[in-house]
Design a protein. Structure first.
Lengths: 107, 150
């Protein structure tokens, strides 16, 4: 699964930074028929976690109401230089992961 | 005689339609209560603190941009625990639940949602003290999601 994350390269300690993640995924609702009229089974990214130096800062439980190619934007407090790890899983059990480094400078 | 009969028939049909509309309205209200109770487990829900930003008119129900913000200092003692997005007129009304915490710094989430119909979308926030706050916005959808492919 192709994904793009946006985390600033550096921040000051205590700064609130904006984080964005976009994942290429059809987010199949289960209501859509294929070309032969058969129903395409529901398959959405149902869970996404973002951890910053191992601590969970954001988690999303999603359903078919989230648009295809889901986009999520949220925030985190820059505390120490380290890694943001994004992990997600869809209904078919397929997993994806992405990571980004943040350098935190003292105030 | 024929016109009078037709008039009376129209009148009764109109009354019937009005009653049906009332019924439909009452239906969504009970649905809302049931839905909220399913999330809160029966706790009281207060209005306010939640801002739901979305275009009033969405051309395309497949991807309606939304921004949900909750008025909270986001400290260890006082923060938003979760935000649940609800679209009552979608086939699956609970769109998503976002879990936040003091490490979030700001209680704001942006995403894109599907809307199956013109409706009032809701966001229910649970704070660290256990209280629930509700905010919403009305969105008019011209091209509906779910009905057509995509």
């Amino acid at each position: 699964m192709l994904a793009r994350v946006e985390v600033p390269q550096q921040a000051r300690r205590g700064e609130i930074i904006q984080i964005r993640i976009a994942i290429q995924h059809p987010m199949e609702t289960g209501y859509r028929p294929d070309n032969f009229g058969r129903r395409i089974p529901k398959n959405v990214i149902n869970n996404l976690v973002c951890r910053y130096n191992g601590v969970e800062v954001f988690r999303a439980e999603m359903g078919s109401g989230i648009s295809a190619n889901p986009l999520l934007q949220f925030h985190a407090v820059a505390e120490a230089s380290g890694e943001f790890v994004f992990e997600w899983i869809d209904d078919a059990g397929q997993r994806g992961a992405e990571r980004a480094m943040l350098i935190v400078k003292p105030e | 005689m024929a016109t009078r009969r037709r008039f009376l028939f129209t009148l009764s049909a109109l009354a019937g339609a009005a009653l049906a509309a009332r019924g439909a309205h009452a239906q969504t209200l009970t649905d809302r209560e049931t839905l909220l109770r399913r999330i809160t487990g029966g706790s009281a829900v207060q209005q306010g603190r939640v801002t739901f930003d979305t275009p009033e008119l969405a051309d395309n129900g497949h991807a309606v941009p939304v921004r949900i913000a909750v008025d909270s200092p986001m400290t260890a003692a006082d923060h938003v625990r979760s935000i649940t997005v609800i679209a009552e007129r979608n086939p699956r009304p609970i769109v998503a639940t976002f879990h936040l915490g003091p490490h979030s710094g700001r209680a704001q989430v942006v995403t894109r949602i599907r809307l199956a119909d013109t409706q009032e979308v809701l966001a229910l926030a649970q704070l660290s003290d256990g209280s629930y706050w509700l905010g919403g916005a009305r969105v008019v959808v011209t091209e509906l999601a779910c009905v057509e492919s995509g």
